[in-house]
Design a protein around this ligand. Sequence first.
Ligand code: PLP
Length: 369
Amino acid sequence: MKNNNDIFVTRSSMPPYEEYIEAIKPLWETHWLTNMGVYHQQLEKELAEYLDVPQISLTVNGHMALELAIQSFDFPEGSEIITTPFTFISTTHAIVRNKLKPVFCDVKESDGTIDEEKIEDLITEKTVAILPVHVFGNVCAIEKIQQIANDYNLKVIYDAAHAFGEKYLGRGIGNYGDVSIFSFHATKVFNTIEGGAVVCKTQEKYERLRDLKNFGIRGEELVASVGANAKMNEFAAIMGLCNLKHIDDAFSSRKKIYEYYEKEVENIDGLSLYTPKENATRNFCYFPIKVESDYSLTRDELYLKLLADNIHARKYFYPLTADQACFKNKYKDNPLVTARELTIKSMVLPLYEGLEEEYQRKIIQLLKL
Ligand SMILES: *Cc1c(COP(=O)(O)O)cnc(C)c1O
């Protein structure tokens, strides 16, 4: 080992220092730092192209993208949204903060995404939408989910925070459902330091998002609706433009690391992998493993063992969002059998652009005991 530095589950990709410094220089000429300036506009254009979607609206972070995307439908207060508990807390909070009710559906053992066979049983006269997550970049059962939505006249809102750059059946993942959101948080595959986006399939949606993220301001003396402030600033947009230039390098580095893990872990008894959907490309955002009962340690024991060597794996996603302290046992009787099984055996190993091979070898050694 080079030194005894901690290894975290992820590390932010950054462009070369000089490149970013050069790119932000014009801001000292214009003094235009936010309010949907030229870099905000340019990144919206470049990302829509990259993600192969009609249009995106950039936001200050992924959470606000999701919160505002939900708000844009104007669902009646107290309506129900069927969603997954096996995700980052943001997904659930975005529903609750809109004064809507999350109805938790179980997930599939194979890929951790919402179990499409269990959605219909949860539909009531109050259900307005399905909010699945392409968790770990694993693409959901898009066709079946859309079919249910069509049959019951529901909206489909995808939390695609983990699915940046992925394609399904040759189309950008953000095209599916009524709306999808992405996160560009520092820890994600592609970052703008903090940032996010809502995929807008119509001009109407784009304008609604613009109002929601900019106080509903339509003109110097006109506030046409009530909105929040959730715009991406120019420093963040420039970070995005710089990172986007290097995105292919980031993906190929991740792919190499991912495939090395995959090859090794497949041969370790008691550890298993998630199975991604067919016809979907992958972005190698996370390397999640499942610590099965025939492994010599429990997930928590393995987590501590790695930690003892300064390797910070993460228990993603534990506890389930439905079981978090803020919800006070409200959902403890929900039959989330598979989600509760996954949450105690799932773990994400360090994976980021440039993770040194010697560290990776060490992690694998520790997994092998
Ligand atoms: C990261 C993440 C978010 C929120 O994104 P931020 O940019 O951190 O606000 C939402 N959902 C999921 C599944 C995430 O992983």
